[in-house]
Design a protein around this ligand. Sequence first.
Ligand SMILES: Nc1ncnc2c1ncn2[C@@H]1O[C@H](COP(=O)(O)OP(=O)(O)OP(=O)(O)O)[C@@H](O)[C@H]1O
Ligand SMILES: [Mg+2]
Length: 251
Amino acid sequence: MTVPILSLDHVDFAYRADRPVLTDVSLAIAPGESVGLVGESGAGKSSLLQLALGLRAPTRGAVHFEGAPLPARRVALRAFRRAVQPIYQDPFSSLDPRMKVGDAIAEPLRSLGIEGDRRARVAGLLADVGLPADAAERYPDAFSGGQRQRIAIARALAPSPRLLLADEPVSALDTSVRMQVIDLLRSLARERGIGMLLVSHDLTIVSALCARIAVLEGGRIVEVGETAEVLSRPQHPYTARLLASVPRLPL
Ligand SMILES: Nc1ncnc2c1ncn2[C@@H]1O[C@H](COP(=O)(O)OP(=O)(O)OP(=O)(O)O)[C@@H](O)[C@H]1O
Ligand SMILES: [Mg+2]
Protein backbone atom coordinates (compact mmCIF):
# COMPACT_ATOMS: atom_id res chain seq x y z
CA MET A 1 0.00 0.00 0.00
CA THR A 2 1.25 3.49 -0.79
CA VAL A 3 2.10 5.77 2.11
CA PRO A 4 -0.60 8.46 2.47
CA ILE A 5 0.48 12.05 1.87
CA LEU A 6 -1.35 12.98 5.01
CA SER A 7 -3.16 11.04 7.66
CA LEU A 8 -4.91 11.74 10.91
CA ASP A 9 -4.58 8.79 13.22
CA HIS A 10 -6.94 8.47 16.18
CA VAL A 11 -6.92 12.20 16.66
CA ASP A 12 -8.69 13.97 19.50
CA PHE A 13 -8.78 17.73 19.61
CA ALA A 14 -10.31 20.42 21.82
CA TYR A 15 -9.93 24.17 22.17
CA ARG A 16 -11.07 23.85 25.80
CA ALA A 17 -10.46 20.81 27.95
CA ASP A 18 -14.14 20.33 28.76
CA ARG A 19 -15.35 20.56 25.16
CA PRO A 20 -14.17 17.92 22.72
CA VAL A 21 -14.22 19.12 19.11
CA LEU A 22 -12.75 16.05 17.38
CA THR A 23 -12.88 12.54 18.81
CA ASP A 24 -10.91 9.56 17.52
CA VAL A 25 -10.71 10.88 13.98
CA SER A 26 -8.77 8.77 11.50
CA LEU A 27 -8.53 9.74 7.86
CA ALA A 28 -5.82 9.09 5.27
CA ILE A 29 -5.34 10.82 1.93
CA ALA A 30 -3.38 8.91 -0.69
CA PRO A 31 -1.20 10.75 -3.21
CA GLY A 32 -3.40 12.38 -5.83
CA GLU A 33 -6.58 11.49 -4.03
CA SER A 34 -9.45 13.94 -3.47
CA VAL A 35 -11.48 13.48 -0.33
CA GLY A 36 -14.57 15.48 0.57
CA LEU A 37 -15.33 16.33 4.17
CA VAL A 38 -18.94 17.11 5.00
CA GLY A 39 -20.94 17.69 8.15
CA GLU A 40 -23.17 20.24 9.79
CA SER A 41 -21.98 23.61 10.98
CA GLY A 42 -19.88 23.12 14.11
CA ALA A 43 -19.10 19.47 13.31
CA GLY A 44 -15.38 20.29 13.38
CA LYS A 45 -14.48 20.42 9.67
CA SER A 46 -12.40 23.59 9.80
CA SER A 47 -10.75 22.44 13.01
CA LEU A 48 -9.77 19.20 11.29
CA LEU A 49 -8.18 21.21 8.47
CA GLN A 50 -6.25 23.29 11.00
CA LEU A 51 -4.77 20.10 12.41
CA ALA A 52 -4.04 18.80 8.93
CA LEU A 53 -2.19 22.08 8.21
CA GLY A 54 -0.15 21.71 11.37
CA LEU A 55 -1.58 24.97 12.73
CA ARG A 56 -2.96 23.19 15.77
CA ALA A 57 -1.83 20.04 17.51
CA PRO A 58 -4.04 17.11 18.47
CA THR A 59 -4.61 16.46 22.15
CA ARG A 60 -4.36 12.74 21.43
CA GLY A 61 -3.26 10.75 18.40
CA ALA A 62 -1.13 12.18 15.62
CA VAL A 63 -1.09 13.76 12.20
CA HIS A 64 1.35 12.10 9.80
CA PHE A 65 2.90 13.66 6.72
CA GLU A 66 4.32 11.03 4.36
CA GLY A 67 4.35 8.61 7.24
CA ALA A 68 6.21 10.82 9.72
CA PRO A 69 4.45 12.48 12.65
CA LEU A 70 4.01 16.26 12.82
CA PRO A 71 5.61 18.36 14.12
CA ALA A 72 8.60 16.83 12.46
CA ARG A 73 12.22 17.84 12.24
CA ARG A 74 12.82 21.28 10.74
CA VAL A 75 13.84 19.94 7.35
CA ALA A 76 10.81 17.71 7.12
CA LEU A 77 8.62 20.56 8.29
CA ARG A 78 9.80 22.67 5.38
CA ALA A 79 8.91 19.85 3.01
CA PHE A 80 5.49 19.70 4.68
CA ARG A 81 4.94 23.45 4.33
CA ARG A 82 5.66 23.18 0.63
CA ALA A 83 3.61 20.10 0.04
CA VAL A 84 0.41 21.01 1.86
CA GLN A 85 -1.28 24.28 0.93
CA PRO A 86 -4.55 25.82 2.12
CA ILE A 87 -7.29 27.52 0.13
CA TYR A 88 -9.78 29.47 2.18
CA GLN A 89 -13.40 30.37 1.73
CA ASP A 90 -13.21 34.11 1.43
CA PRO A 91 -10.89 35.43 -1.27
CA PHE A 92 -11.55 38.98 -0.02
CA SER A 93 -10.01 38.48 3.40
CA SER A 94 -7.37 35.92 2.39
CA LEU A 95 -5.49 38.38 0.14
CA ASP A 96 -3.66 41.39 1.56
CA PRO A 97 -5.18 44.45 -0.17
CA ARG A 98 -1.84 46.31 -0.02
CA MET A 99 0.13 43.61 -1.76
CA LYS A 100 0.35 43.37 -5.53
CA VAL A 101 -1.07 40.14 -6.88
CA GLY A 102 2.31 39.03 -8.22
CA ASP A 103 3.93 39.57 -4.83
CA ALA A 104 1.11 37.73 -3.08
CA ILE A 105 1.57 34.73 -5.37
CA ALA A 106 5.36 34.83 -4.95
CA GLU A 107 5.11 35.16 -1.17
CA PRO A 108 5.18 31.40 -0.41
CA LEU A 109 8.19 31.06 -2.72
CA ARG A 110 9.97 33.72 -0.73
CA SER A 111 8.99 32.51 2.72
CA LEU A 112 9.86 28.91 1.85
CA GLY A 113 13.18 29.94 0.29
CA ILE A 114 12.35 28.47 -3.11
CA GLU A 115 14.90 29.74 -5.61
CA GLY A 116 14.38 30.50 -9.27
CA ASP A 117 12.97 33.18 -11.51
CA ARG A 118 10.00 34.29 -9.45
CA ARG A 119 8.56 36.63 -12.07
CA ALA A 120 8.49 33.86 -14.64
CA ARG A 121 7.05 31.47 -12.08
CA VAL A 122 4.28 33.97 -11.20
CA ALA A 123 3.47 34.50 -14.88
CA GLY A 124 3.20 30.74 -15.33
CA LEU A 125 0.96 30.38 -12.29
CA LEU A 126 -1.33 33.19 -13.48
CA ALA A 127 -1.67 31.41 -16.81
CA ASP A 128 -2.37 28.13 -15.01
CA VAL A 129 -5.37 29.67 -13.26
CA GLY A 130 -6.62 31.51 -16.33
CA LEU A 131 -5.54 35.06 -15.49
CA PRO A 132 -3.56 37.44 -17.71
CA ALA A 133 0.13 38.05 -16.96
CA ASP A 134 -0.45 41.76 -16.24
CA ALA A 135 -2.58 40.79 -13.22
CA ALA A 136 0.73 40.52 -11.35
CA GLU A 137 1.12 44.31 -11.27
CA ARG A 138 -2.37 45.02 -9.97
CA TYR A 139 -3.90 44.96 -6.49
CA PRO A 140 -6.58 42.52 -5.35
CA ASP A 141 -9.31 45.19 -5.37
CA ALA A 142 -9.11 45.24 -9.17
CA PHE A 143 -10.49 41.69 -9.27
CA SER A 144 -13.84 40.00 -8.80
CA GLY A 145 -14.45 37.30 -6.20
CA GLY A 146 -13.92 34.50 -8.70
CA GLN A 147 -10.72 36.08 -9.98
CA ARG A 148 -9.47 36.55 -6.44
CA GLN A 149 -10.09 32.92 -5.70
CA ARG A 150 -8.03 32.09 -8.80
CA ILE A 151 -5.26 34.30 -7.38
CA ALA A 152 -5.50 32.46 -4.06
CA ILE A 153 -5.29 29.15 -5.94
CA ALA A 154 -2.24 30.38 -7.87
CA ARG A 155 -0.59 31.28 -4.58
CA ALA A 156 -1.41 27.84 -3.17
CA LEU A 157 0.10 26.24 -6.29
CA ALA A 158 3.28 28.32 -6.15
CA PRO A 159 5.36 25.88 -4.07
CA SER A 160 4.19 22.90 -6.21
CA PRO A 161 2.10 21.30 -3.49
CA ARG A 162 1.01 17.68 -3.41
CA LEU A 163 -2.12 18.34 -1.38
CA LEU A 164 -4.58 21.24 -1.23
CA LEU A 165 -6.71 21.73 1.85
CA ALA A 166 -9.73 23.71 0.75
CA ASP A 167 -12.32 25.02 3.19
CA GLU A 168 -15.53 25.91 1.32
CA PRO A 169 -13.52 27.29 -1.61
CA VAL A 170 -16.48 28.44 -3.70
CA SER A 171 -19.26 29.16 -1.24
CA ALA A 172 -18.40 32.88 -1.05
CA LEU A 173 -18.51 33.22 -4.83
CA ASP A 174 -21.32 34.20 -7.15
CA THR A 175 -23.16 31.19 -8.47
CA SER A 176 -22.12 32.16 -12.00
CA VAL A 177 -18.42 31.62 -11.29
CA ARG A 178 -18.62 28.68 -8.89
CA MET A 179 -18.53 26.05 -11.60
CA GLN A 180 -15.54 27.70 -13.27
CA VAL A 181 -13.52 27.58 -10.07
CA ILE A 182 -14.58 23.98 -9.47
CA ASP A 183 -13.53 23.09 -13.02
CA LEU A 184 -10.17 24.72 -12.34
CA LEU A 185 -9.68 22.73 -9.14
CA ARG A 186 -10.75 19.54 -10.89
CA SER A 187 -8.33 19.99 -13.76
CA LEU A 188 -5.49 20.82 -11.36
CA ALA A 189 -6.22 17.65 -9.45
CA ARG A 190 -6.53 15.47 -12.54
CA GLU A 191 -3.73 16.92 -14.65
CA ARG A 192 -1.14 17.35 -11.94
CA GLY A 193 -2.11 14.62 -9.55
CA ILE A 194 -2.56 17.08 -6.70
CA GLY A 195 -4.56 15.60 -3.85
CA MET A 196 -7.32 17.51 -2.15
CA LEU A 197 -9.16 17.56 1.13
CA LEU A 198 -12.25 19.59 0.39
CA VAL A 199 -14.66 20.86 3.00
CA SER A 200 -18.02 21.73 1.57
CA HIS A 201 -21.60 21.95 2.68
CA ASP A 202 -22.51 21.22 -0.87
CA LEU A 203 -22.71 17.61 -1.91
CA THR A 204 -22.92 18.54 -5.58
CA ILE A 205 -19.46 20.08 -5.31
CA VAL A 206 -18.09 17.11 -3.38
CA SER A 207 -19.51 14.78 -6.03
CA ALA A 208 -17.85 16.84 -8.76
CA LEU A 209 -14.42 16.85 -7.14
CA CYS A 210 -14.02 13.96 -4.75
CA ALA A 211 -13.92 10.22 -5.29
CA ARG A 212 -14.17 9.63 -1.57
CA ILE A 213 -16.18 11.34 1.14
CA ALA A 214 -15.96 11.45 4.92
CA VAL A 215 -18.93 12.47 7.04
CA LEU A 216 -18.23 14.24 10.30
CA GLU A 217 -20.85 14.39 13.04
CA GLY A 218 -20.11 16.14 16.31
CA GLY A 219 -16.39 15.66 15.83
CA ARG A 220 -16.54 11.98 14.87
CA ILE A 221 -16.26 10.45 11.44
CA VAL A 222 -19.43 8.41 11.13
CA GLU A 223 -19.08 7.31 7.53
CA VAL A 224 -16.34 7.14 4.90
CA GLY A 225 -16.62 5.70 1.44
CA GLU A 226 -16.77 6.23 -2.27
CA THR A 227 -18.73 9.42 -2.87
CA ALA A 228 -21.24 7.94 -5.30
CA GLU A 229 -21.83 4.99 -2.98
CA VAL A 230 -22.25 7.08 0.17
CA LEU A 231 -24.56 9.58 -1.50
CA SER A 232 -26.75 6.95 -3.09
CA ARG A 233 -26.76 4.49 -0.19
CA PRO A 234 -25.86 6.27 3.05
CA GLN A 235 -25.20 3.74 5.81
CA HIS A 236 -25.40 6.11 8.75
CA PRO A 237 -28.63 7.90 9.71
CA TYR A 238 -26.72 11.17 10.12
CA THR A 239 -25.54 10.97 6.51
CA ALA A 240 -29.09 10.31 5.38
CA ARG A 241 -30.32 13.32 7.34
CA LEU A 242 -27.51 15.46 5.97
CA LEU A 243 -28.40 14.39 2.45
CA ALA A 244 -31.98 15.41 3.02
CA SER A 245 -31.15 18.74 4.64
CA VAL A 246 -28.05 20.27 3.11
CA PRO A 247 -28.45 23.03 0.60
CA ARG A 248 -27.22 22.24 -2.87
CA LEU A 249 -25.66 25.38 -4.18
CA PRO A 250 -26.71 26.02 -7.74
CA LEU A 251 -23.85 25.41 -10.13
N1 LIG B 1 -10.87 29.26 17.73
C1 LIG B 1 -11.79 28.58 18.41
N2 LIG B 1 -11.84 28.62 19.78
C2 LIG B 1 -12.77 27.92 20.48
N3 LIG B 1 -13.70 27.14 19.90
C3 LIG B 1 -13.71 27.06 18.56
C4 LIG B 1 -12.77 27.77 17.75
N4 LIG B 1 -13.02 27.48 16.45
C5 LIG B 1 -14.07 26.63 16.45
N5 LIG B 1 -14.49 26.38 17.72
C6 LIG B 1 -15.58 25.45 18.10
O1 LIG B 1 -15.23 24.16 17.64
C7 LIG B 1 -16.36 23.49 17.13
C8 LIG B 1 -16.09 23.07 15.68
O2 LIG B 1 -15.95 24.24 14.90
P1 LIG B 1 -15.45 24.23 13.39
O3 LIG B 1 -15.26 25.63 12.99
O4 LIG B 1 -14.31 23.30 13.26
O5 LIG B 1 -16.73 23.60 12.67
P2 LIG B 1 -17.11 23.53 11.13
O6 LIG B 1 -17.57 22.13 10.88
O7 LIG B 1 -16.00 24.05 10.31
O8 LIG B 1 -18.38 24.49 11.03
P3 LIG B 1 -18.87 25.45 9.81
O9 LIG B 1 -19.54 24.51 8.84
O10 LIG B 1 -19.83 26.36 10.45
O11 LIG B 1 -17.67 26.12 9.23
C9 LIG B 1 -17.54 24.43 17.29
O12 LIG B 1 -18.19 24.10 18.48
C10 LIG B 1 -16.87 25.79 17.40
O13 LIG B 1 -17.66 26.65 18.19
MG1 LIG C 1 -15.82 25.66 9.02
